[in-house]
Design a protein around this ligand. Structure first.
Ligand code: NAD
Length: 476
């Protein structure tokens, strides 16, 4: 099976565009170059925005049924090219190809998400209809949408944005992360025949390209997923022309295990809620609070389970956890582990990062670190997890909420009444009870506090790509 990906090109105005300048894309399991990414210049960006702007009126004027048909075709070509896309995905991203939420699943989700969104229709609402007066609210597309995507779920998150933006009548410029551009560029290539020229554009480059997009006067909306620090920059520069922004940002999600939870039942789902995708999930469990009555029993089973999980190269069919996706993140997670060691933390699993090829960090679990330690207060975004003992529900809710983030959280226990009460008190956009990371095109997803602005998915998410317009008619 080839481990080098052929040159992938940008899609601008329906055409293949390569750049002289390129960036290496690194396989995180081997630290070898698997392909190169084009690097768009400012001039390329101006061209792509011009193409998207020119294509906009005709695209917006098409019926929603016609646009939905093309989205269905997009879902079909993604499904048809599943093997190739999953392979590119694992090589550039590191995610195990076969794991429960592995590369095949990411590609399958992208296709099914696109198909599901194509079934939505933006409603025309009649607010008032009397003998004398009729008031309707319609929705109009915004124009050119810039879609900026991170490296942890590069295809699925791109597809959330692509499908909603296109269905509601916007033309798009997609920008993947410089760490994981290849699968998205390839989707741009295989989608060229489907959409009219200028409707579906994919560009790639450095972080600077993202910055230029947020400043560009002819982009009307930025839908951004990434870190809170970058999200703040996006909001600032989007102010230039008062672009609409949707921001899906970082989190430091708490899981709260109630005293009546059965450790045997919850160890496995809780493990995956924290470590799936090498813990590089915005809604991963990043702080795990366990009631003192079951703390020791739980921690023991949790660590035993963790020790059995194979970590390795994602191309190996038995691997369940891959490497950290990139060197920057690898260094950041190592630094958090070293900080925990320096401050005397009790590391009960992992903790020793071997000096070997690949950005591999062992599953690391820390027993009851202080609430103000970095491993508790910072978003690790890598396989290191603090497990913290608590005794009082009000106190644990206060601790869980004592963060500037507010993305999601989970509650685990048999007393569903109590679990619901705790869930309602968490200051987050989503709370799962006795399950985790259940996502769907029908569920609105977004963060509170500094975890985001606006929502994605569901009709609410689609409407974020539209203007509200009220038409009032005085009847005779
Ligand atoms: P990042 O903020 O570094 O980069 C995200 C994207 O923004 C990339 O495409 C990058 O090239 C681009 N970018 C960088 N600088 C920019 C700038 N100044 N202006 C515009 N664009 C710019 O984030 P990351 O490291 O790729 O992703 C990890 C982060 O994303 C984590 O914090 C994670 O929690 C968060 N995330 C959030 C969600 C969510 O839905 N809330 C989902 C996935 C990841």
């Amino acid at each position: 099976m080839p481990t080098i990906i052929k040159q992938t090109s940008m899609t601008i105005n329906g055409e293949k565009v390569n750049t002289e300048k390129t960036l290496p894309v690194i396989n995180p399991a081997k630290e070898t170059e698997v392909g190169v990414s084009p690097v768009a210049s400012r001039d390329d960006l101006n061209k792509v925005v011009f193409a998207a702007r020119t294509a906009f009126p005709k695209w917006a004027a098409l019926s929603m049924e016609k646009r939905a048909e093309m989205l269905e075709k997009l879902a079909d070509v993604i499904a048809k090219n599943r093997e190739e896309l999953a392979r590119i995905f694992t090589l550039e991203m590191g995610r195990p190809i076969n794991a429960a939420f592995g590369s095949y699943t990411e590609i399958d989700h992208a296709a099914s998400w696109c198909r599901a969104v194509s079934n939505y229709r933006v409603p025309r609402e009649v607010i008032e209809d009397t003998e004398k007066h009729r008031v309707e609210r319609i929705r109009t597309p915004l124009g050119v949408a810039g879609l900026i995507v991170p490296w942890n779920f590069p295809v699925m998150l791109a597809m959330w944005k692509i499908s909603s933006a296109l269905l509601s009548g916007n033309t798009i410029v997609v920008k993947p992360s410089p760490y994981t551009p290849l699968t998205t560029l390839r989707i741009g290539e295989i989608a060229r025949e489907i959409f009219p020229r200028g409707v579906f554009n994919v560009v790639a480059g450095t972080n600077e390209l993202g910055q230029w997009m947020t400043e560009h006067p002819d982009i009307d909306k930025i839908s951004f997923t990434g870190s809170t620090a970058t999200g703040k920059k996006v909001m600032k520069s989007a102010a230039n022309n008062l672009k609409r922004v949707s921001l899906e940002l970082g989190g430091n999600d708490a899981a709260i295990v109630l005293e009546d939870a059965d450790p045997k039942e919850i160890v496995e789902p809780l493990f995956w809620s924290a470590f799936s995708n090498t813990a590089q999930v915005c809604v991963a469990t990043k702080r795990l609070y366990v009631h003192e009555k079951i703390y020791d029993e739980f921690l023991d089973s949790f660590v035993q389970y963790a020790k059995k999980i194979p970590v390795g190269d994602g191309m190996e069919p038995t691997t369940m956890i891959g490497p950290v996706q990139n060197k920057m993140q690898y260094e950041k997670v190592k630094d958090l582990i070293n900080d925990a060691k320096r401050t005397g933390a009790n590391i009960v699993c992992g903790g020793n990062v071997e000096d070997k090829t690949g950005y591999f960090i062992p599953i690391t679990i820390i027993d009851n670190p202080p609430e103000n330690s970095r491993v508790v207060t910072e978003e690790a975004f890598g396989p290191v997890l603090p497990v913290i003992k608590y005794s009082d529900y009000e106190e644990v809710i206060k601790k869980a909420n004592d963060t500037s983030y507010g993305l999601a959280g989970t509650v685990w226990g048999r007393d569903l009444e109590l679990a619901r009460t705790v869930a309602e008190k968490l200051e987050t956009g989503t709370v799962w009870i006795n399950e985790f990371q259940v996502m769907g095109p029908q569920y609105p997803f977004g963060g509170h506090k500094q975890s985001g602005v606006g929502v994605e998915n569901s009709l609410d998410g689609i409407l974020e790509y539209t203007n509200s317009k009220v038409i009032m008619l005085k009847k005779k």
